[in-house]
Design a protein around this ligand. Structure first.
Ligand code: GTP
Ligand code: MG
Length: 582
């Protein structure tokens, strides 16, 4: 992380209160053109100390006061800098090197599912879930050293897994650590659970494992405190933390981390308190226990973060409303993480949005105005990329990202990208569908896109294309990589859009009386007036009908019948990124 001295720049910033000047160095990565600035801590402790002081002052304000804080641009910039630094801190330190994975299958859940649905289609097997956890662990940058699994008829309320398994895990950790020590490598002190644990269970497990593994040096030096926080299910959070790019994404991850820690109060803040001078001047009030202080700081931080997120969201709402006014149809790309949403958006727009072979590459919704090549009935649409879904998201996180999913709720049509090269794709599809239902977006028109056909055996790819062609709903098989099927994709999207109701204002000659009946049947009428030249109608009709009635249109909103003259589209070239805009 050390910058070459020649390229380093130095910048001094003021804290919000303007009291303690702090300084940070910024440097450009000389090798990579356009790489983001990285922030180097000269003195991590004092930076963070300053940060918590800021938080401490914020807490004196009540909720409404926090909401009313109008920040100047400068203050806002400084606060954002502070967020960024906290962020860097999270990214760089709440990471552990190695871990073991405990997989649990709670058979009582499958039993419950069977009672409701009559079968257990859609519930994940232990092995499928483990495959996914391994990927998550890898994405989080952890080295997986060992695994144990258990099938449980009922969860043990105290330690989640049975006491025999706890002993087994301890034994495994001991064996692994002996081996690591022999090789002179750092010890493995993290247990990742493939389950959501109650704080009490987590504590009990920490205690159980602590005795043998984490031991006294858990209280070791300041940095170590944080590094050795027993991470169990927070793996998702770390991954989110590493991929949030925009202000809102970062704030949300930050909030989720705080919400996650609240019931699990760890020693994270304690060491900061110790840094702030004897007795924690300005932090600990009279008679307050350390735990109370910790809780207060977390609670206040959560308040501030929520207020800020609110702010950012209000701005986004404004943008969204502005977009609506433009009358362009909005398509949202949804799907399981790693299905290829960003790749498809890139392919369609060449917008250069991050597409990587890691889970959760996209955390922030990105919207692009796109002219779909080959799109006949409408010149342009808005395409929104969204964060990928996943089974068993920690509840806290789902709540934090619900706002992001608002974009999905606002869309006219959902494009559900499915990675058919993944053996569990049907279950992933189910998981996504249930999240969509949960957020109230299940009734929107959905285009199912079987992606990554290029990775399948040709005959399997053919089967899927056939399945898509025969499907009653909107389905299509494509490969975002080779460009195969993208022409069909655009056609299917067009079909889906043509069923949408669009606002119209028409003057229909009296000779087309039956048209009014049709509008009643397939759309809705807000105003009807019998005028000299014909029937004046304001209402909403399917896009396809709007096109047909265009000549009677007084002011047709949001649709156009311009024929697209592009006939031959070189999708393969677009897929490879060599397409030049016409
Ligand atoms: N072979 C092949 N690979 C693909 C295709 N589409 C996407 N990929 C790859 O799949 C990986 C994931 O793609 P992304 O576009 O980042 O996936 P995403 O759905 O946006 O993922 P998140 O943002 O993490 O939810 C990348 O390595 C892509 O190159 C395809 O059609 N064929
Ligand atoms: Mg993505």
């Amino acid at each position: 992380f050390a910058p070459p001295p020649s390229s380093s720049r130095h910048r001094t910033i003021r804290t919000v209160e303007g009291t303690t000047p702090g300084s940070i160095s910024l440097f450009d990565d000389a090798d990579q053109e356009g790489a983001p600035l990285a922030i180097l801590f000269e003195d991590v402790e004092s930076e963070l100390d300053e940060l918590t002081r800021g938080v401490d002052r914020e807490e004196e304000r009540t909720v409404s006061q926090v909401e009313n804080v109008a920040l100047t641009d400068e203050e806002d910039r400084i606060l954002t800098d502070q967020e960024d630094r906290l962020f860097q801190y999270i990214n760089n330190t709440v990471r552990v090197e190695s871990c073991i994975l405990v997989g649990v299958e709670d058979l009582s859940l499958a039993r419950k599912a069977r009672k409701v649905t009559g079968d257990d289609f859609g519930s994940w097997t232990l092995e499928e879930s483990m495959v996914e956890m391994r990927e998550l662990i890898q994405t989080a940058g952890l080295a997986l050293k060992g695994e144990i699994t258990q099938r449980l008829q009922e969860v043990n309320p105290r330690t989640y897994i049975g006491s025999g398994k706890v002993d087994e895990a301890k034994q495994l950790l001991a064996t692994i650590n002996d081996e690591l020590e022999r090789r002179g490598e750092g010890e493995c002190c993290t247990v990742v659970f493939d389950a959501e644990l109650y704080p009490g269970q987590q504590k009990a497990l920490e205690n159980a494992f602590n005795k043998k593994v984490i031991d006294n040096d858990f209280l070791g030096s300041d940095q170590e405190d944080v590094v050795k926080l027993p991470v169990t299910y927070s793996g998702h959070l770390d991954i989110f933390a590493q991929h949030a790019k925009t202000r809102e994404g970062k704030l949300q991850v930050d909030l989720a981390l705080h919400e996650y820690r609240k019931p699990r109060l760890t020693r994270m803040w304690t060491h900061l308190e110790r840094q702030s001078g004897s007795g924690g001047v300005g932090l600990r009030g009279p008679g307050e226990t350390q735990l109370e202080v910790d809780k207060r700081i977390l609670r206040d931080r959560i308040l501030v973060l929520k207020a800020k997120i609110d702010d950012v969201q209000k701005q986004r709402d404004l943008h969204r409303r502005g977009r609506k006014k433009g009358g362009l149809p909005v398509l949202a790309l949804v799907g399981y993480t790693n299905a290829g949403k960003s790749t498809l958006l890139n392919c369609l727009t060449r917008a250069g949005i991050l597409a990587e072979n890691i889970l959760f590459a996209t955390l922030d919704p990105t919207t692009r105005r796109v002219k779909l090549p080959g799109y006949k009935t409408h010149p342009e649409v808005l395409l929104t990329d969204t964060v990928g879904f996943i089974q068993k998201l920690p509840t806290q996180l789902v709540a934090a990202f619900r706002a992001t999913l608002e974009e999905v709720k606002e869309a006219d049509v959902l494009i559900h990208i499915i990675d058919v090269a993944n053996p569990t794709w049907r279950k992933q599809e189910e998981s996504v569908t249930s999240v969509l239902n949960e957020i109230g977006a299940g009734s929107k028109p959905i285009v199912r896109v079987f992606n990554k056909l290029d990775l399948l055996e040709p005959e399997d790819a053919e089967m899927l294309k056939y399945e898509a062609a025969c499907a009653e709903d909107f389905s299509v098989g494509i490969s975002s990589k080779t460009g195969e099927g993208l022409g069909d994709f655009v056609a299917v999207v067009e079909d889906a859009l043509s069923g949408l109701l669009v606002p119209v204002e028409l003057e229909l000659p009296y000779s087309c009386g039956d048209v009014v009946n049709t509008i009643h049947e397939v759309g809705s009428i807000e105003t009807i007036d019998y005028r000299e030249n014909g029937t004046y109608v304001v209402g909403r009709v399917p896009r396809s009908l709007a096109m047909k009635l265009e000549r009677y249109n007084v002011a047709l909103v949001g649709a156009s019948s311009k024929e697209d003259s592009e006939s031959e589209i070189d999708w393969a070239a677009i897929g490879r990124g060599r397409h030049t805009a016409k």
